[in-house]
Design a protein around this ligand. Structure first.
Ligand SMILES: Nc1ncnc2c1ncn2[C@@H]1O[C@H](COP(=O)(O)OP(=O)(O)OP(=O)(O)O)[C@@H](O)[C@H]1O
Ligand SMILES: [Mg+2]
Length: 411
């Protein structure tokens, strides 16, 4: 049993449920002590379609991680994504109450006034919010206004909204699997915690998490989050394309893609081929590997073109000087980075695996674990120790401030 407090993150993905348990270190890193990776069930594109299957899959992922870590997870940070997500940057303002300096209440009022500006139809709610910066009497770029002398306080807030029922359904499955939800977090924001460097955030960087059902996007500018979204196309679509065109089962197509698939057909010798089991039970003729890549390429092109259009419309595309970081299982396909760069106007593209971790670092050194690790890192940064003594309810401001501090370059 580890002596320190621990945190947990659960990535309820379309293809896998990933539970990460870790002990926060004083230097900001996370010691990973338990990992649970189970095939997902009962989910499509981030949406629960069969509760019983989903609950069983979550339970088994959590149990695997618990067994390894030899701890019991009471609560966890839980990832949320899906095409229902949308994000907006809003500003809020308040007059500072009479007194020597800006108080926490002033900051809360400014944040609340920003929140009031988020368009929220009845079926939607704010699921994740991040303070981008404060402005104190016209001076921009203030990170911690409390205690400063000022008359007026402005705040810029990045707010992510989602459909209430979809988010609640994921949450209820986690709760019914025996784990309380400490906080929900937008998956690409969590993934960014794990794979994007502080320097990249400062320069401006686009994170694309190519998952099974969705490709999640987060754009970081000037050290903070500027845009988030989820495109409803992922690795499952390429698998389905292969299955349909070669008349094989989804599982056979998935095996073929993961073993022999490439994003670019160029350079694959014409005579390289493999036999596959057809859906009707027969063995196929030899399937050229070039053909498999020719099936994959257009779907991936479409995916990155949709991402490009989405970021362009948000007005953040041109500012990403550090280029693109890919993560998620889809980024494991060879040459995906090269294809992404081609579609994204030759921006530099790298594949990111979780960073800032010790302990079972090798076990999670794959882009597949990035969201789970990111959720646990986020919990660690926000001081949510699942086994630590309860420290009383955190105010939203404390959480937002801690998150903001987490985005600042460490000394
Ligand atoms: N070695 C590989 N080569 C090619 N594709 C791969 C490989 N490994 C995994 N994938 C693909 O990655 C996808 C799953 O990625 P990931 O585990 O990040 O998804 P997820 O988190 O479950 O889904 P989502 O984020 O959409 O909810 C699948 O489509 C799978 O085919
Ligand atoms: Mg995912």
């Amino acid at each position: 049993m580890p002596s320190g407090s621990f945190v947990a993150g659960i990535d309820v993905g379309t293809t896998k449920i990933c539970t990460i348990i870790g002990c926060p270190q004083t230097d900001g890193r996370l010691e990973v002590i338990g990992v649970g990776l189970n095939p997902s069930a009962g989910l499509k594109r981030g949406i629960i379609v069969d509760r019983e299957y989903a609950i069983a899959a979550i339970r088994s992922s959590v149990e695997d991680a618990q067994q390894q870590a030899k701890v019991e997870v009471r609560d966890a940070y839980v990832g949320v994504t899906g095409a229902h997500i949308s994000s907006v940057n809003v500003t809020g303002r308040t007059n500072v109450s009479p007194g020597p300096a800006v108080s926490e209440q002033d900051v809360q009022r400014a944040v609340q006034s920003a929140r009031d500006g988020v368009p929220l139809p009845q079926d939607r709610e704010i699921i994740h919010e991040v303070v981008r910066e404060f402005t104190v009497d016209g001076e921009e770029g203030v990170t911690r206004p409390v205690g400063m002398s000022a008359r007026r306080l402005d705040v810029e807030l990045h707010a992510v909204t989602g459909t209430v029922s979809i988010v609640e359904n994921v949450e209820r499955c986690v709760i019914d699997a025996g784990v309380a939800v400490a906080r929900r977090a937008l998956e690409p924001i969590a993934t960014g915690m794990a794979v994007v460097t502080e320097a990249e955030r400062d320069l401006g960087v686009i994170l694309i998490d190519v998952g099974g059902g969705t490709s999640d996007v987060a754009v970081f500018l000037d050290g903070s989050i500027a845009h988030t979204s989820a495109i409803p196309v992922g690795g499952n679509h390429t698998t389905r394309d292969i299955a349909r065109l070669l008349r094989v089962s989804f599982d056979e197509a998935e095996k073929l893609k993961c073993r022999y698939g490439r994003a670019l057909p160029d350079g694959i010798p014409e005579d390289e081929s493999v036999q596959v089991q057809l859906a009707n039970g027969d063995q196929s003729e030899h399937v050229p590997l070039k053909l498999v890549a020719e099936i994959i390429e257009p779907r991936l092109e479409e995916t990155f073109a949709l991402v490009r259009g989405n970021i362009k419309r948000a007005g953040t595309y041109e500012q990403a000087s550090a280029g693109v970081v890919l993560s998620g299982g889809g980024s494991k396909l060879p040459e995906t980075a090269a294809l992404a760069s081609r579609v994204l106007d030759d921006l530099p593209v790298r594949v990111g695996s979780p960073r800032g971790i010790i302990g079972m670092a090798d076990a999670v050194a794959s882009p597949v674990y990035a969201t789970g690790v990111g959720l646990a890192l986020l919990a660690a940064r926000e001081g949510a120790g699942a086994s630590s003594e309860p420290e009383g309810p955190q105010t939203l401001l404390q959480r937002l401030t801690r998150w903001w501090e987490g985005l600042l370059p460490r000394a």
